[in-house]
Design a protein around this ligand. Structure first.
Ligand SMILES: Cc1cc2nc3c(=O)[nH]c(=O)nc-3n(C[C@H](O)[C@H](O)[C@H](O)COP(=O)(O)OP(=O)(O)OC[C@H]3O[C@@H](n4cnc5c(N)ncnc54)[C@H](O)[C@@H]3O)c2cc1C
Length: 517
């Protein structure tokens, strides 16, 4: 295939890569984004869902706190439709030192995070399921953010300015001409062909995989240590506000209400490999105990699903020995200064909340190296879908359904997805992968984990995409396999009953294991 030509090739279709592609496109660069899987399938689609106010870092890391509160305000303005304004509470549980609350308030004042102490009685009035033994409570502007919606909004905006998005295209080789990076070879994971992209500049935004990509460019010593964190989605909104423990950041200290569920997290364990991080029973037990501290009876609630994401912790092996620099803030690697290599920059680490700032930093650095004066405008340009400045709220889908009760068949009852919307999304996504559709619509993400909707959706996919029965069967089986990975480590109580029922439907009635494929 003839090589594709572009100004900038962005590697990685997570929040950072999507932000970088949008920033480049907005500054008028011809841009290609390459992602080896679907958009938001890396850490961005496996995070905790919190738009940080900065409160979490107010004492321990004031710079991070400042960045978070500034970016929090900007994202609320430019990506309102991706955010649910839940607000946040920091609470002192009986296991926490009440004196930390004073340090917390001082840290908030120092970093510009609007933190305010409220009466415990008022906190309990707002959140009746909260531990009645909490001793102090503080409000902060935390919020929920939908990572997939954010990534799609950024990439959609970039596409309106001409950016090309190549999902399921894996970078297998970074192309060099002497001391200059001049593009990359991509392998089309679906079609099977290789295609070269020739670019004036390559931006490596591949998160926990950034070291692998740097290695492909012949750069040594970019060690990204994957820091694994697990999260468990509990049935229903046990709380409607983001609840943080008012203590130094620790494991299992945040409960985030997201859409129809609430998510407890998270841990931080260094692992060898960023792909397919495992969840252990011990981690699950620890998370449920941590949830119990915030909401008594937590363990009796139904756990729907568990998953793990990996934080990219950058370690500069070039620094050597004891002076190795391990940082959790975002890291930009200038490979011209560091490795004598032109045309290549890496941006990794950070938080989803700071994606815009990360993109700005790396695109500013690229413009400086190209000697082009193209100022960043992502702070002011509102993303498509957010023009009215309205944050999304729980109940939107129900309200829409109730307006047209008889118009459309409901395919996923848990997440209220009507058939028309599902068909429209299948056409737009041009995919036969039901997991891609799940990320777009939350299909099969409720209590039955696809038990009642996914065979219906498979039939609809078969019709819409005009695929044959074998391909449809394979898609159904892949979806069930993927869901099972997130269910088996938390099988107890009602979810165990649900899993048995799903098993009877799929193995007993449909015998999916033996369908032709
Ligand atoms: C457990 C956990 C909880 C978190 N919670 C929060 C939170 O509540 N709030 C918050 O603000 N932040 C949170 N974070 C941090 C946040 O999730 C990450 O900082 C952010 O998602 C990183 O985005 P990214 O685009 O840099 O990486 P990713 O989303 O991982 O994107 C990198 C992409 O590169 C792709 N890629 C890799 N190799 C190749 C290749 N060879 N070719 C093409 N593409 C490739 C991957 O498939 C991936 O999609 C959390 C992180 C973790 C681990």
């Amino acid at each position: 295939m003839a090589p594709l030509q572009t100004d900038v090739l962005v590697i990685g279709g997570g929040a950072t890569g999507a932000g970088v592609a949008w920033d480049c496109a907005l500054r008028g660069f011809d841009t290609i984004l390459a992602e080896r899987r679907d958009l938001g399938e890396g850490t961005s689609g496996r995070f905790h869902g919190l738009l940080h106010s900065g409160g979490r870092y107010a004492v321990k890391d004031p710079d991070a706190a400042r960045e978070c509160i500034e970016e929090n305000a900007i994202l609320r303005r430019i990506a309102a439709d991706c955010i649910e304004d839940t607000g946040g509470l920091f609470v002192t549980t009986p296991d926490d030192d009440p004196a930390y609350g004073d340090q917390f308030l001082a840290g908030c004042a120092h970093t510009g995070v609007p933190g305010e102490e409220i009466d415990v009685a008022e906190a309990l009035r707002r959140e009746p399921r909260l531990n009645p033994r909490i001793r102090r409570a503080f409000t902060v502007p935390d919020a929920g953010i939908d990572a997939w919606k954010t990534v799609w909004a950024l990439v959609g905006a970039a596409a309106t300015r001409g950016a090309r998005v190549l999902t399921y295209h894996r970078v297998v080789h970074v192309l060099r001409d002497g001391d200059r990076v001049v593009g990359a070879r991509l392998h089309d994971e679906r079609g099977g062909a290789d295609v070269d992209v020739e670019a004036r500049f390559v931006l490596n935004a591949s998160g926990a995989w950034a070291g692998q990509i740097a290695g492909m460019a012949g750069i040594e010593g970019v060690e990204i240590i994957p820091g694994k964190g697990i999260m468990i989605a509990m049935n229903h909104r046990l709380v409607n506000t983001v609840i943080n423990r008012c203590t130094m950041p620790a494991d299992g200290d945040i409960l985030v209400p997201i859409r129809t569920v609430s998510v407890i997290g998270t841990t931080d364990i260094r692992v060898k490999e960023p792909d397919e991080p495992e969840v252990t029973q011990d981690e699950v037990a620890q998370m449920l105990d941590d949830g119990e501290r915030l909401v008594p009876g937590f363990r009796d609630a139904r756990a729907l699903r568990v998953w793990a994401g990996v934080r990219p912790l950058f370690q500069d092996a070039k620094a050597g020995g004891e002076t190795r620099d391990v940082t959790r803030a975002h890291t930009m690697l200038d490979h011209r200064a560091r490795d004598g290599l032109e045309g290549f920059l890496t941006i990794t680490g950070g938080k989803l909340t700071t994606l815009r700032l990360m993109a700005k930093d790396v695109v500013d650095a690229m413009c400086a190296q190209l000697g082009e004066d193209r100022p960043c405008r992502t702070e002011e340009v509102v993303l498509p879908g957010s023009e009215d400045g309205e944050a999304y709220h729980l109940g939107e889908r129900l309200a829409a359904k109730e307006r047209h009760l008889l118009d459309d068949q409901l395919v996923c009852e848990c997440e209220l997805i009507p058939r028309g919307r599902l068909e429209e999304t299948m056409r737009a996504r041009e995919t036969t992968n039901l997991d891609d559709i799940r990320r777009s619509l939350r299909l099969g993400m409720g209590p039955c984990q696809g038990g009642f909707c996914i065979y219906r959706a498979t039939g609809i996919l078969h019709g819409v995409e005009r695929i044959d029965a074998r391909e449809a069967n394979a898609s159904l089986r892949d979806f069930l396999q993927e869901r099972w990975k997130g269910v088996w480590p938390i099988l107890y109580g009602d979810q165990l009953r649900q899993a048995r029922l799903d098993d009877w439907i799929f193995q007993g009635l449909l015998d999916v294991e033996h369908l032709p494929s």
